[in-house]
Design a binder for this molecule. Structure first.
Ligand code: 13P
Length: 246
């Protein structure tokens, strides 16, 4: 299975999202075994769902709270995300870890809450440049993956997103991606047992039309979590085609 997920972050308004869907639908033909998801700002989730559900495109939220309801102004719960017809939720994106103090402890609760609501958690992990230079890449990844310990072995996707490659135009090279994905696979097997072999591991960080085919040819890369380039429907449709023909 291949997966291509658009992370729109805090971009686009209603009319732009609607135009994106119309343009994307023109270029997109679903293919079995290639999953396509869009994670827009939560206020646009229903717009995307209603325009693209018949094409088999699913929606992911970009974050969710672990409590089921209550006095948490500004938050949305996993069951509300599910209620908005999402199939998954991005968790632990480095922007949330860095700017909103997301911790591994909180993430463990979020992963469990998402699975409890039948949402697919897409757990993001990855090192900063300072950590890479200090040769801490693997230990950082190991710690971030440890949130999966004790979590039921429901479906989960992982995205390796080196922080230094996000929004910088600088992707990790094939060797760096291979090393990291191979290490993640081994860790997933340790934590989840046999189920760890089946977890799709996506790469994220400055993926675009020009580099996606090469990235996808790296062993253990099941697809991409695409930021900036996913805001352009033509570029995103092109990347989906790359995944479909890989
Ligand atoms: P860019 O593709 O813009 O580098 O963003 C990657 C990302 O953060 C996806 O979650």
């Amino acid at each position: 299975m291949r997966c291509v997920v658009a992370n729109w972050k805090m971009n686009l308004h209603f009319a732009e999202a609607s135009n994106f869907c119309a343009a994307f639908a023109e270029d997109y033909t679903p293919v079995e075994d290639v999953r396509v998801a869009i994670a827009p700002p939560s206020i646009l989730l229903w717009t995307i769902h209603s325009q693209l559900r018949e094409r088999g495109v699913t929606t992911f939220a970009q974050n969710g709270h672990f409590d089921s309801k209550g006095a948490f102004t500004g938050e949305i719960s996993m069951s509300q995300i599910r209620d908005a017809a999402c199939s998954g939720v991005i968790l632990g994106h480095s922007e949330r870890r860095r700017m909103f103090d997301e911790t591994d402890e909180t993430l463990a609760k979020k992963v469990a809450a998402a699975q409890g609501c039948k949402l697919l958690p897409l757990l993001c992990i990855g090192e900063t440049m300072v950590e890479r230079e200090r040769e801490q890449t693997f230990s950082v990844i190991q710690t971030q993956l440890s949130v999966l310990k004790g979590v039921s072995s429901g479906p989960i996707w992982v995205a390796y997103e080196p922080v230094w490659a996000i929004g910088t135009g600088r992707t990790a090279d094939a060797r760096q991606i291979h090393e990291a994905h191979h290490f993640i696979r081994e860790e997933l097997r340790v934590i989840l047992g046999e189920a760890g072999s089946a977890v799709p591991i996506l790469y994220g960080g400055s993926v675009n039309m020009g580099n996606f085919a090469n990235i996808l040819s790296v062993p253990e890369v099941a697809g991409a979590l695409v930021g900036g380039a996913s805001l352009d429907p033509t570029a995103f449709a092109q990347m989906v085609k790359v995944a479909q023909s890989a």
